[in-house]
Design a binder for this molecule. Structure first.
Ligand code: RNT
Ligand code: ZN
Length: 416
């Protein structure tokens, strides 16, 4: 049986429950996922600022890490060729590309340092999102935007302002908005004596940053909270309450990272509330294993649940990005698995009879609701997914892996 024949059979199965698989595939094609560049080089970047810091960690030393812009772009190019649909890329400021012999510190970054990325994205017809980098830097050893040292604090304020300018440049060049997400690693290992002053300084830093002139239709500033980090176990300054209140009062966005809450607390349950109070919500989908470990996104229950909330809340209102970094496996495979899984989860949500399920809840028919939700888990989503891949000119099923294996042999293993 061909993939098309299997698809045709699946189409009938879904039709019987009132779901149109053609409509689902069309909708899936329109949902861009912002692919984080930092999976390709273990969050190292090109500005030579030093080892990864800020309480985040990549573990493993699988061969083939991208060591320069050319290698990272080639790897991202290969990756994107194995993922159906058009997506976006998500850059960090530490991925600035300098001319031979040139270097500027992060507070001096300019759009020109990202020109090569714009060329790369334009060639592929994709958009860019951005992140200031407030870690892996000598000035980030203690604290950044909440620092008690005025010089350090103003250095980072200038950095984030520079990043807003760069984000505006991306938006202008690509003709659509750039999401610019601020995450800082500030916090305390042990019980702090004063939680208020650092938070007040962070609030003031953000006020100073946002007081600059910029086009709010072009740059969508978001703030990303976190419950703890390595070395920041007792208190993070940018906590969820801090940023949710700050974002709400200042008309910017909240970014929810699925690894940044207490272990049994889920982002899937937060999206609907956020969308009742904000025009949009931004996400970092990742997979925390016992802690914020940033494992590759799987087609697992929470990813499926997040996808359902995106589809039910309106996919145009959710700015969807991934955030993981696994150095223990082939990095291209990590990207492809994570991106395709996020898409499969979205397809799964698009193939549900969502109205019917909501009606069952509304009539409090919880017995039938449970029965149907469970039966739907074995519907032939795989046949729709494989045909979607074929239609979009990328390998279906596990066939993409052959290309990664060849690329590993021919390219990655030569990076010694
Ligand atoms: C850290 C945050 C943050 C980073 C990236 C590299 O816990 O999740 O988003 O992972 O910006
Ligand atoms: Zn994140």
């Amino acid at each position: 049986m061909t993939l098309k024949e299997r698809y045709d059979a699946a189409k009938e199965v879904y039709k019987a429950i009132g779901v149109d698989t053609d409509v689902a595939m069309k909708a899936l094609k329109e949902i861009p996922i912002s692919m984080h560049c930092w999976q390709g080089d273990d969050v190292t970047g090109f500005d030579g600022a030093g080892a990864l810091s800020g309480g985040i960690q990549t573990t493993g030393n699988y061969p083939g890490r991208a060591r320069n812009p050319e290698e990272l772009m080639a790897d991202m190019d290969k990756t994107l060729s194995l993922i159906p649909g058009k997506h976006r890329i998500n850059l960090h400021a530490s991925y600035a590309i300098f001319e031979e012999g040139e270097w500027v510190d992060r507070d001096q970054l300019e759009p020109k340092h990202f020109k090569k990325w714009v060329e790369f994205a334009k060639e592929k017809g994709i958009g860019i999102d951005f992140n200031p980098t407030l870690f892996s830097h000598a000035n980030a050893e203690n604290a950044t935007l909440s620092s008690e040292d005025p010089k350090i604090r103003s250095f980072w304020i200038d950095h984030v302002k520079a990043c807003i300018k760069i984000s505006e440049y991306f938006a202008t060049e690509q003709g659509n908005p750039c999401t610019m997400n601020i995450w800082i690693p500030d916090g305390f290992k042990d019980i702090p004596a004063d939680r208020t002053s650092p938070r007040a300084r962070l609030k003031d830093s953000l006020d100073q940053i946002l007081s600059m002139e910029y086009d709010k239709t072009k740059v969508l500033v978001a703030v990303e909270s976190k419950v703890f980090g390595i070395g920041m176990e007792s208190c993070t300054i940018g906590s969820h309450e801090f940023y949710m209140n700050y974002a709400s009062k200042n008309d910017i966005l909240c970014l929810l990272d699925s690894g940044h809450y207490h272990p049994t607390e889920v982002v899937s349950d937060k999206i609907s509330s956020m969308l009742l109070f904000f025009d949009k919500v931004a996400l970092h989908v990742t997979r925390p294993v016992r802690w914020d470990s940033d494992h590759v996104v799987l087609f697992d229950d929470e990813t499926k649940e997040i996808a359902k909330e995106i589809i039910r809340g309106g996919s145009d209102r959710v700015l969807l990005a991934l955030d993981f970094f696994d150095a223990s496996i082939n990095r291209i495979s990590a990207w492809v698995v994570g991106m395709r899984n996020m898409q499969k989860a979205l397809l799964n949500a698009l193939l549900l009879p969502n109205e019917k399920l909501a009606q069952l809840q509304n009539s409090r028919s919880f017995t039938e609701l449970m029965m149907l939700q469970e039966e739907l888990k074995l519907y032939p989503i795989g046949d729709v997914w494989n045909y979607f891949c074929e239609l979009n000119g990328v390998p279906a099923k596990e066939d993409w892996f052959k290309e990664v294996a060849t690329y590993e042999k021919e390219v990655l293993l030569n990076r010694k």
